[in-house]
Write a protein that binds this ligand. Structure first.
Ligand SMILES: [Zn+2]
Length: 418
């Protein structure tokens, strides 16, 4: 018996230590529209991120689960759809019973750090759950954000794996890209086709969006807004290029790296500017890239995928579960000023349901990628899935924040309210 125990003990000591789970870096970018980023395509305003994409897994039909920051970020942090976590209005906060990605990884021994720019992150809305370092600024440029991150990462305990999350604000309105990036056209759709606003439409734009010429004349050509937005993408591309170099210098060259947009941006394609109020492709279709260490070109996923899949992907990378599959409908939603919209996508089929009126807009994105010709009959399977989503209640109801007036002011400053 003693011999057997001794042998067992010996076997125990000789067993190799479990492999250290990989470092994980998530880079979420504000207001990041896939069809303007054009990653890997000729004429992309983002050569550095395009080069990164060549060595990454590319999700070509990634959807944000909501068209604005708060619900979309809660989904990215929890893996739940907006309907499941319920944090769909500015005064709501994530229920602490929901386990976030940061909590899962912290439980697995990770050091967890978040550095993000958006006034919505500064009040506690549960976004900080599971981060041992959580720092948020209402405004900070991307260079300074990187310096703050570097100071903290350089002081970390390198024996522990790291979850590092950065959220850049840059492409968000106001469109104020640095001068070298401005005035250059991205040769894609839009510039010439884009409409011209009238003065009343200009006046309805949130202050955040309004552009004026040097003589204080309002800019009415929507093409000019697109050009300024593309200039913002050129600027964030340089920031991301610097960030990738900085991560390598900090020993994070073998990290799993996710780059994702939190939602897109409308430029009057369907009668609206900004984001938050509609569910058309310009606000839902975002870049999603995952660089897996040692894999090089990890291929293309063409199936529609919600960015809420990110926590499951990263838990799997850390050895905490299975990788997701990409079948079944992808869902999104928004609640705005008493209006409630839900959308779904299955293959090329898409539909948007107004839950109050029951009105449905259906599209075939293969034949009609800009959603200009609604179909007479929606796909019945998809309609059923979207109706089920509309009836979904959060499993752990969100909490109300006692901060109504400042929240209202924050939302206005971000352009969500006129
Ligand atoms: Zn956002």
């Amino acid at each position: 018996m003693l011999t057997a125990l001794a042998l067992l003990a010996c076997a125990e000591t000789e067993r190799p230590a479990p492999p250290r789970p990989p470092d994980v870096v998530v880079v979420s970018v504000e207001t990041f529209r896939a069809d303007r980023a054009l990653l890997g395509q000729p004429g992309s305003p983002m050569p550095k991120l395009s080069a990164f994409a060549e060595g990454a897994q590319r999700f070509e039909a990634a959807w944000s689960p909501a068209p604005w920051t708060l619900p979309s970020m809660v989904s990215l942090l929890t893996g739940l759809n907006a309907a499941e976590h319920g944090v769909t209005r500015g005064e709501l906060s994530l229920n602490p019973k929901v386990e976030t990605l940061a909590e899962s990884l912290q439980g697995a021994g990770y050091e967890t750090m978040f550095f993000g720019v958006n006034s919505l992150f500064t009040a506690s809305r549960g976004l900080d759950q599971g981060f041992s370092t959580y720092r948020a600024w209402p405004s900070l440029n991307g260079n300074d954000l990187q310096r703050e991150m570097e100071r903290a990462v350089d002081a970390r305990d390198p024996s522990r794996p790291l979850l590092l999350w950065l959220h850049y604000f840059e492409p968000h309105c106001p469109y104020e890209a640095a001068q070298p990036f401005r005035g250059r056209e991205t040769p894609t759709w839009g510039e010439d086709e884009a409409p011209t606003l009238d003065q009343a439409q200009f006046d309805q734009l949130g202050r955040c969006f309004q552009l004026s010429d040097p003589g204080e004349q309002p800019v009415l050509q929507v093409g000019r807004y697109l050009r300024e937005y593309d200039a913002e993408l050129r600027g964030i591309d340089l920031l991301l290029g610097d960030l990738f170099v900085s991560l390598e210098r900090r020993g994070l060259q073998d990290a799993v790296v996710v780059v994702v947009g939190d939602h897109g941006e409308s430029f009057w394609e369907h009668g609206d500017f900004g984001h938050g109020r509609t569910l058309f492709e310009e606000v839902l279709h975002v870049p999603l890239l995952v660089r897996w260490p040692g894999q090089g070109d990890a291929g293309v996923v063409t199936s529609p995928v919600s960015t809420s899949v990110v926590p499951q992907l990263l838990r799997a990378a850390a050895g905490l579960g299975e990788r997701p599959t990409y079948d079944g409908p992808v869902l999104a939603g928004t609640d705005d000023e008493g209006r409630s919209l839900r959308a779904g996508r299955l293959g090329d089929q898409k539909l948007i349901l107004d839950t109050q009126t029951g009105a449905v807009l259906a599209f075939d994105l293969g034949a009609d990628p800009h959603e200009r010709a609604p179909l007479a009959t929606p796909d019945p399977t998809l309609l059923q899935a979207v109706r089920a989503e509309a009836a979904t209640q959060p499993t752990a109801a969100p909490l109300a924040l006692p901060l109504a007036p400042p929240v209202e002011a924050q939302l206005r400053a971000l352009g969500y309210k006129p």
